[in-house]
Design a protein around this ligand. Structure first.
Ligand code: SOE
Length: 385
């Protein structure tokens, strides 16, 4: 099924809980979809002034409770530190709001699973912004794999590298497990990488073996750092494809490099989120760099919003995710919308990584397909079932 992302949703009113970088990104995407950013909620007075300025929200509430009590709000975007997600999701669903919750959906799989069940029982839309799915090139990779152009898959090489925590003086709330949860680098960015891999291949990671490293034991305010800076993983999928993942927030020079290389029997496909309009297609003759063009697969075409050569990037992908979420709110079933089931999947993989490192062993990941079948939702298509 193809999806148009050109709809506007002027009837949709949203509220954002949290006032940081992601609140700004969500507010821009909501506005691009034609929605009204009615309110933002943050705890401190200074935070409210900043958040209202940054998001352009009409109102600034002192608490999530106040925002959730506003009957005009249809969709709540949760952009607070990870440790507060589960409680806010429960409150938002109880208030009858559709929910977009930042990843990780929760800081434990048990809690994430409860949220999946809770959301399924309400019939409300419950989405998690795995936004790299919304790059045209990622949709094109998915279409090439699904149609058999790439052929049987042999190996997958994935990396997600950043450098914003490279120096010991760098710090953030994510470093502290009380706010960020037990995993930092993997939960924050490794989750995007795993989601992208399972999304484009439709083939779940079946088992993995991981090593995690905290390279800076002490940072500016967090003196006993308990969360990881970097992770390496070896994995095997349901279909027997083997692969590696390398995740780091201490990789100098890398800003937001989600790198994905899939080698199949007919071609290799390479995506780099720092250059997301470019698909590199490898054959025995070498690599061909294909700029996003107008002759992509029909399933990818709706995500190509402006003519080729006019670069699209991160915010465009985010806008497309939010527009598809609002389409779901109005009763459509957009292809590949990441839901709470996908949020749960990411938390399960994160727990498998931490367990593997602690035990020094291979870990079987929970059966992704069985679970999404049980709960239904959009993930069935996204996992190729
Ligand atoms: C910080 O690592 C961050 O903003 C992540 O939290 C986002 O999910 C990722 O898309 C970009 O980097």
């Amino acid at each position: 099924m193809t999806t148009t992302v050109t709809h506007l949703f002027p009837q949709t009113r949203i509220g954002i809980v949290g006032g940081g970088l992601m609140a700004q990104v969500h507010s821009r995407a909501a506005r691009a979809a034609g929605a009204e950013v009615l309110a933002v909620a943050t705890r401190t007075a200074a935070g409210r002034i900043r958040a209202q300025g940054a998001t352009g929200a009409e109102l600034a509430y002192r608490s999530a409770e106040e925002l959730l009590a506003d009957d005009r709000i249809d969709v709540v975007h949760i952009c607070t530190p990870n440790g507060s997600h589960a409680e806010l999701v429960r409150a938002a669903l109880a208030a009858g709001k559709h929910v977009v919750c930042e990843k990780p959906l929760a800081t434990s799989a048990a809690e994430a699973e409860q949220l999946v069940q809770l959301a399924a029982g309400t019939g409300l839309v419950a989405a998690v912004p795995f936004v790299y799915r919304f790059h045209t090139v990622i949709r094109e990779v998915r279409a090439r794999v699904a149609s058999g152009i790439t052929g049987r898959l042999f190996t997958i090489q994935g990396a997600y590298l950043q450098d914003w925590l490279a120096a010991p003086a760098d710090d953030d709330w994510r470093v502290d497990p009380t706010f960020g949860g037990p995993s930092r680098a993997f939960a924050d960015i490794g989750s995007h990488l795993c989601d992208a891999i399972e999304f484009v291949t439709g083939d779940p990671i079946r088992r993995l073996c991981a090593r995690v490293r905290t390279v800076h034991e002490s940072r500016a305010t967090n003196k006993n750092v308990a969360t990881e800076d970097a992770v390496t993983v070896v994995f095997e999928t349901d279909a027997g494809v083997i692969g590696t993942l390398h995740v780091s927030q201490v990789a100098h020079g890398r800003k937001n490099a989600l790198l994905l290389e899939i080698a199949g029997e007919n071609e290799s496909l390479v995506f780099d989120q720092e250059n997301p309009d470019l698909l590199r297609v490898g054959t025995r003759a070498g690599f061909l760099a294909r700029l996003r063009s107008d002759d992509v697969d029909p399933a990818a075409r709706p995500y190509s919003r402006i003519p080729a050569g006019h670069a699209q990037g991160y915010q465009d992908a985010f806008n497309a995710f939010v527009a598809d979420t609002y389409r779901a709110v109005t009763g459509s079933t957009p292809d590949g919308l990441p839901t709470f089931a996908d949020g749960l999947r990411a938390v399960e993989l994160t727990e498998a990584v931490l367990r593997s490192d602690a035990d020094g062993s291979w870990i079987d990941t929970p059966a992704a397909l069985a679970r999404t079948r049980r709960f239904g939702g959009h993930s069935l298509a996204s996992l190729g079932a």
